[in-house]
Design a binder for this molecule. Structure first.
Ligand code: HEC
Ligand code: HEC
Ligand code: HEC
Ligand code: HEC
Ligand code: HEC
Length: 251
């Protein structure tokens, strides 16, 4: 066992040396990993483009290596601005990947499940037909891709669902309540996981996994805007957690 670990460790060190030397060699050929990030990070914050570019820093996408070109296209290994921008278009150009109607499919390349639910929604049909309705960045922001707070979500819905326009004016408050509930369920699961951390295959592990999977379904239903379905999934979360064995508090 320990001999095996020794051998594995040896190979990890070997491959580390290989990667180091390989990247050292690559560095001589091209100076940067990603020319979009490199050049844009030097743009002044006084310009619109500069501000937008700096928004990306610190985002979950930056942490996972989702660089500018993944959403905007272009050539991230070209150092020259014009070459790099081949295929990159401003958001007002209907051909652009970030034109509002094209945003769902741009994001959907990586977030297939959310995309799949979203295209079944009434809002997507409205977006396709009339160019009206929320798209992914309405709720998540463009480069920051944050997760909305319940108050933020109410404001987003309120743009169209209000007394003045008159289409389902109850929606913002209901959406806020439902998102609060979703966040509570998430916090409960996290707390119970910490409290129980059950061994694999036990009854408690089963119910915690079941609760987690209902929570995931609830999140996906968000993208279909089916608030009642979300509530049903959150009820399932609750039911699963109730099945956990009476807890023996850890010291
Ligand atoms: C050598 C510097 C440089 C490189 C490399 C570069 N950009 Fe730019 N980019 C700029 C400058 C400067 C502007 C703003 C001036 C302008 O409007 O052309 C800009 C503008 C943009 C815009 C706004 C376009 C618009 O019409 O509103 C986007 C989007 C963009 N770049 C994305 C990218 C992507 C994606 C890459 C990599 C594939 C990239 N850039 C590579 C310097 C660069
Ligand atoms: C996860 C996808 C994604 C990533 C990654 C991303 N962007 Fe964007 N970006 C967008 C979307 C979507 C828009 C349009 C947003 C809108 O309509 O509000 C946008 C808008 C912009 C704009 C404004 C251009 C315009 O025409 O309105 C600039 C400039 C820009 N991005 C630069 C960058 C740079 C530079 C990076 C990398 C450092 C980057 N973006 C990374 C999705 C992304
Ligand atoms: C090239 C793949 C790729 C594209 C394109 C992409 N994302 Fe992501 N996104 C990721 C990865 C990877 C993560 C982090 C791991 C995860 O949560 O799956 C992530 C995470 C997220 C999160 C979770 C944030 C959190 O705090 O948990 C949101 C929201 C998100 N992306 C929205 C978007 C939106 C909106 C777009 C389009 C404008 C987009 N993404 C485009 C790969 C992508
Ligand atoms: C009506 C607002 C809204 C729209 C429009 C929307 N989302 Fe979301 N999204 C949410 C909410 C609310 C959550 C769950 C927030 C939480 O986890 O607290 C979420 C969560 C996510 C997550 C994280 C899921 C996880 O496992 O934690 C991703 C990724 C995501 N959305 C992608 C997208 C994409 C892609 C689109 C467009 C096709 C989109 N969203 C459109 C509101 C929206
Ligand atoms: C850009 C405008 C716009 C925004 C923003 C918007 N909606 Fe809507 N929504 C509409 C329109 C238009 C309808 C359809 C009204 C009708 O049937 O005549 C609609 C319908 C609905 C319906 C009823 C759908 C059905 O299948 O009958 C729900 C639920 C809903 N929206 C929830 C939301 C939520 C939740 C938000 C915020 C996260 C939101 N909407 C944001 C425009 C919008």
């Amino acid at each position: 066992m320990s001999r095996l670990r020794y051998i594995v460790g040896f190979f990890i060190i070997l491959s580390g040396i290989f990667i180091l030397s390989a990247s050292g060699r690559a560095a001589k050929v091209k100076k940067t990993e990603n020319s979009c990030v490199d050049c844009h990070s030097k743009l002044p914050s006084s310009s619109f483009v500069g501000v937008k570019s700096h928004d990306w820093k610190g985002s979950i996408h930056q942490k996972h290596g989702v660089t500018c070109d993944k959403c905007h296209g272009g050539n991230p290994s070209a150092m020259d601005e014009r070459e790099a921008h081949a295929g990159v278009m401003g958001s007002s150009n209907p051909q652009s990947r970030v034109y509002y109607k094209n945003i769902p499919s741009t994001c959907g390349r990586c977030h297939g499940a959310e995309f799949y639910n979203f295209i079944q929604s009434y809002h997507f049909k409205k977006l396709e037909a009339a160019g009206k309705g929320p798209n992914c960045v309405t709720c998540h922001g463009s480069m920051v891709t944050s997760i909305l707070t319940p108050d933020d979500i109410a404001n987003v819905c309120d743009r169209c669902h209000n007394e003045r326009i008159g289409i389902f004016p109850y929606v913002p408050q209901k959406a806020k309540a439902v998102l609060l509930l979703l966040k509570e369920s998430q916090a409960l699961i996290t707390a119970d996981k910490r409290l129980y951390h059950p061994a694999k295959g036990t009854k408690d592990a089963f119910y915690l996994e079941k609760a987690q999977s209902s929570l995931y379904s609830a999140k996906l239903e968000w993208h279909r805007f089916d608030l009642d379905a979300i509530i049903r999934h959150l009820q399932d979360v609750d039911d699963s957690l109730k099945n956990l064995s009476p807890n023996k508090l850890h010291p």
